[in-house]
Design a protein around this ligand. Structure first.
Ligand code: AMP
Ligand code: MG
Length: 376
């Protein structure tokens, strides 16, 4: 009689930026995914204020871990290992999560797993819903999900967030090569900065997506950057400058016309045109990758992956090349979260990439600039 393999449960923590995130995963299945958001705290600064973030993480971390376990109906004894983001991210923020994970590892004698935050975004499309209901195992659903998720390597991971815009070749789980990246602002950061120019608050990305639906994306033609550069790198600061000059010009025109500021339709058109400009640049470089590299699938992750237009554009391109496209099943897995850290943790646990000796644990330190593909 074949015994069904029960996957180990990983407790995962991410405090890389402004969200205190704790999750419990079983293999690729997300049991709970809790995010204590600090968005309201940082709104007044128009971005993340590191020392404020650290203090909030300190206050939130213990209750968030407790809440995650409670929601999952689990105790520490049920956990196989603890995984935590070690980098990249804000140093003061990372420290809080790492210290908590070390405390858990020591107190409860659990293996410790260091995780790269970008690897989390890369593997986020792998996440599966928890199909186990109170009535028992929903086998049919689980079977369907498993079938749908058979993967072919190499995969092109596209991470588009507030801090990163990366093309990463996933050769196999744990083997990555970053082949392209933004040399300045990240795509999400660029959208946030443009949104700020037209007073959309922080983060502006989701508002830009909504406003873009009501706007004319062809009213203002944003430049296409880096076309003369042969590599897969991107640059968004020129788009930001173009937007700044455009908004200044539009405001001057409005004043001449006797208006107080930009009318609503103009703001919608700026949003639609800016979004088109940012996504057109990503698509241009993505197409270059698809032309020149062996890619079997495209996986999209990161905060901006929540954008439906971006997903549509990438899905369409993948279809044109006859390859699969995947993105996380919920927006909660796009913005920063610990479920994706748990997914990576589960893969590392399977490969035995864990730390068990307290002496080795002491050596683990935050790595704010940890680049994907490099050893820690
Ligand atoms: P992350 O850095 O992964 O936490 O993602 C946050 C970034 O994603 C911010 O720059 C947001 O403005 C951006 N973002 C979130 N949702 C959307 C959306 N629907 N469209 C565009 N950008 C978004
Ligand atoms: Mg992130």
């Amino acid at each position: 009689m074949s015994k069904k393999k029960v996957e180990p449960i990983i407790l995962a923590i991410d405090t890389s930026c402004d969200d205190t995130a704790v999750s419990l995963v079983r293999g690729e299945i997300i049991l709970v995914n809790i995010v204590a958001s600090q968005v309201e705290l940082h709104k007044q600064y128009g971005g993340v204020f590191p020392t404020v973030a650290k203090q909030a993480h300190r206050e939130n971390i213990d209750p968030t871990v407790k809440l995650a376990l409670k929601r999952a109906g689990l105790k520490m004894k049920d956990i196989a290992a603890v995984a935590v983001t070690v980098g990249p991210g804000l140093a003061p923020s990372l420290e809080v999560g790492i210290n908590k994970a070390k405390d858990i590892a020591i107190e409860f004698k659990k293996p410790f797993i260091s995780v790269n935050h970008i690897e989390g975004h890369l593997l986020s499309p792998l996440a599966k819903r928890n199909t186990i209901t109170k009535n028992g195992d929903n086998k049919k659903k689980e079977k369907e999900v498993k079938k749908a998720l058979k993967t072919k390597f190499p995969i092109l991971g596209v991470v588009v967030s507030g801090g990163h815009t990366d093309f990463v070749l996933i050769k196999e789980y744990g083997k990555y090569e970053r082949i392209g990246f933004s040399i300045d602002d990240a795509a999400g950061e660029c959208l946030d900065k443009i949104g700020r120019m037209v007073y959309l608050g922080y983060p502006a990305g989701p508002v830009i997506e909504e406003f873009a639906k009501k706007g004319d994306e062809n009213r203002f033609k944003f430049p296409l950057p880096m076309t003369q550069v042969k590599d897969y790198n991107m640059s968004f600061s020129g788009l930001k400058t173009f937007a700044r000059n455009l908004v200044i010009k539009l405001k001057q025109e409005a004043i001449i016309e006797g208006k107080k500021g930009l009318d609503k339709q103009t703001v919608y058109d700026v949003c639609a045109s800016a979004q088109k400009g940012v996504f057109r640049h990503i698509l241009y470089k993505l197409e270059k990758v698809l032309e020149e590299e062996d890619v079997k699938e495209i996986w999209l992750g990161g905060g901006v992956a929540a954008n439906v237009t971006l997903r549509k554009i990438l899905r369409f391109k993948a279809n044109q090349y006859g390859i699969k496209f995947r993105a996380p099943y919920t927006n909660k897995l796009c913005s920063d979260n610990a479920a994706m850290i748990g997914l990576v943790g589960a893969k590392k646990f399977e490969r035995g990439e864990v730390i068990v000796k307290p002496g080795e644990l002491e050596k683990i330190d935050r790595n704010p600039r940890w680049r994907i593909g490099n050893l820690i």
